[in-house]
Write a protein that binds this ligand. Structure first.
Ligand code: NDP
Ligand code: 8X3
Length: 251
């Protein structure tokens, strides 16, 4: 029987690439996101690879929507082997004193509370089977703090801490927890951060070869295909041209 992976934020970037690569190695997939048209298109693409797909449209910030989606999973979709907590975003780069409260709420509610809501629903399904693997997409922003990063960095430090905490909580249930901390990955991330300003988004990657969603997806596939006795706890991955969030070798 095919294994099952649930990926949040599968409509774009890292999540979409991960769905594609897991489909290629035979996982049946539960794909989630808010944009229904994208979910439907991806569902069709993935089904063409010969796997089964369940597309669930919900906002991870809405605890009731998350609960309804996961608690009503058909029986054949409940044995989730892998949860990829990927949905997330940065919004804005203002210093604290000029911060826009709505931006802060979006980041905290998505990156921290959304990840918790999903995990709260899915972990019991894994615990019932005494196996599973939770992959949390954190960031270099969960390891360092940089100018303009304040609240986003705080949310990713929270993800980093939650990965460590989950590993302790899941230990006796034989469930692996992997924290993945990428540097610059060219996705829709910067367009979202700069609120649709494509020029500002392009400047982030100017003069460097950034990582792609596929690069992170390859890393996730590697982590989830290790033998049962191995857990990769924490993976940091950056473009060769990046040493830290501030040290970037632009040509
Ligand atoms: P994208 O913007 O390309 O993708 C983000 C995904 O998250 C989309 O599928 C989006 O789906 C989903 N999402 C956002 N908000 C919500 C929500 N409220 N409810 C449900 N889904 C949501 O960016 P990336 O692929 O780059 O980002 C994926 C993860 O990687 C994020 O957690 C990000 O912080 C992290 N990351 C990114 C890096 C980068 O440089 N790109 C580096 C390090 C970490 P939809 O809009 O359809 O809901
Ligand atoms: C995304 C990478 O450097 O913009 O998490 O924080 S960075």
């Amino acid at each position: 029987m095919n294994k099952i992976a649930l990926i949040t934020g599968a409509t774009s970037g890292i999540g979409k690439a991960t769905a594609t690569k897991l489909a290629e190695i035979g996982y049946n997939l539960i794909i989630t996101g808010r944009r229904g048209d994208r979910l439907t298109a991806l569902e069709d693409e993935l089904k063409a690879k010969g796997i089964q797909v369940l597309a669930l449209q919900f906002d991870v910030r809405n605890q009731q929507e998350v609960h309804n989606a996961i608690s009503n999973l058909p029986a054949e979709w409940q044995n989730i082997d892998i949860l990829v907590n990927n949905a997330g975003l940065a919004v804005g780069t203002s210093p604290i004193q000029d911060g826009i409260l709505d931006d802060w709420e979006r980041m905290i509610d998505t990156n921290v509370k959304g990840l918790l809501y999903i995990t709260h629903e899915v972990a019991p399904l894994m615990i019932k089977n005494e196996k599973g693997h939770i992959v949390n997409i954190a960031s270099v922003a969960g390891k360092e703090v940089y100018p303009g990063g304040n609240v986003y960095c705080a949310t990713k430090h929270a993800v980093d801490a939650l990965s460590k905490a989950m590993r302790i909580d899941m230990l006796k249930h034989n469930i692996k927890v992997t924290n993945i901390a990428p540097g610059m990955v060219e996705t829709e991330f910067s367009v979202v951060r700069y609120k649709g300003d494509q020029q500002a988004a392009d400047n982030v990657y100017k003069g460097v070869t950034p990582l792609t969603g596929e690069d992170i997806a390859d890393t996730i596939v590697f982590a989830v295909t290790r033998p049962a006795h191995i857990c990769l706890n924490d993976i940091q991955i950056m473009p060769t041209a990046q040493a830290s969030s501030r040290d970037v070798n632009r040509k």
